[in-house]
Ligand binder design. Sequence first.
Ligand SMILES: Cc1ncc(COP(=O)(O)O)c(C=O)c1O
Length: 489
Amino acid sequence: MDHHRTPLFTALRKHAAGNPVQFHIPGHKKGVGMDPEFSDFIGQNALSIDLINIAPLDDLHQPKGVIEEAQKLAADAFKADYTFFSVQGTSGAIMTMIMSVCSEGDKIIVPRNIHKSVMSAIIFVGAKPIFLSPYRDKNLGIDHGVTTRSVRKALQAHPDAKAVLVINPTYYGVCANLKEIVDIVHDHNIPVLVDEAHGALLPFHDDLPISAMEAGADMAATSIHKLGGSLTQSSVLNVKAGRINPKRVQTIISMLTTTSTSYILLASLDAARRNLALNGREMAEKAIRLATYARGAINEIPGLSCFGDDILGTEYAFDHDPTKINVHVRHLGITGYDAENWLREHYNIEVEMSDLYNILCFITPGDTEETVDTLISALRHMSELNYNIKTANELIVEIPEIPQLILTPRDAFYGDTEVIPFKESADRIIAEFIYVYPPGIPILLPGEVISQENIDFIMNHVDVGLPVKGPEDRTIQNIKVIVESPAIF
Ligand SMILES: Cc1ncc(COP(=O)(O)O)c(C=O)c1O
């Protein structure tokens, strides 16, 4: 296919150049009817292609023109049979994957450290999650992927499961043996769904881990906006023919998508695909080279370390994306949060994420020697100020057992609930989520039985001021649980 073409972006430019008189939304009409400071800042070019699904510009909900062409080119670039553009991020694409293969009451095998969109879809559809425990890295205080063995065991225990979802790569760039997982799951003749939010560059360079489509997965939700150069919120859902009905996928993604799709976002996907298809190898090469340089330099800094291929060789760490730089800061006697704040305050550096022990930095095709050198110098300075001055923090990586799921998450979420003090909620069924950071894993999900161990673990986090998220009561004083009717004697 001719990847120099950008059917949608070109059609938008052509349409805007004709300067049509518009009697349709958006009502700002090329910026005239909007706040002048904002329109000046955003610029005329962007405003002129802020358009809608008028006939020459096709319709994402039923594409048969330039959007269909753009999606076909994307499918070719991402080695898929079908590609659907998402203007609802990878969250929307993940929800579509699950809702396309599960119906009410169906089981789906998922890792416990899922993104919240997975649980949203499970609630909407009324499915029953079967959890796989991710491998907990006791040296770094982070979680990696699930093991091939755990997938095999889950399928043996739940042969009636309708699909398996895996995260590949993890936020930290670690990959299980995806190809082997796909083969195991396909032996049961059910589809593999991949959360590939952090894997947009994978299909374009051999030194990166295998992409979901290349591994033979049936569907993959990929954030092109995260690493592939499109605008925030724009992602793709890649589909392989066979176990998945693409017409069903089109129906579901359409049900989950706004009718006022942003053509700026869609055009950015079309253009990002062109760039990746034509230059993806060089783009990935640059990111890998800069990240390798950064990793080497950071590993020379006293008190800091940054894993790379040294992590490989286990079942949970079969491959690694070198462009994810996880800097372990514990030996400086500071937390990841301290490091994040210090870098912001003193060097105007913003990292991707931090936790108790680490900061995570993404090196992408958008980086240069200069940006990487700024990070390295800042980290050197941070080490000089702290190494051998503060005592290394103790690494505490513990998490309560996965609780028992008594109700489906949907039955609990929509059930009859009452609000009670969290500290008195042992043995009750929770109707909300509670996530604790680090490591960002849900501790309690709707439908699970709260244990005293859960309460103590969560309260320890609250007491030391660590982020605990999810419940409607943000102070975590009170919690929503399912109403219990006491027995009448
Ligand atoms: C592992 C993972 N999956 C899914 C998502 C959702 O992606 P998006 O923000 O594109 O909706 C994220 C976002 O950070 C993520 O980290």
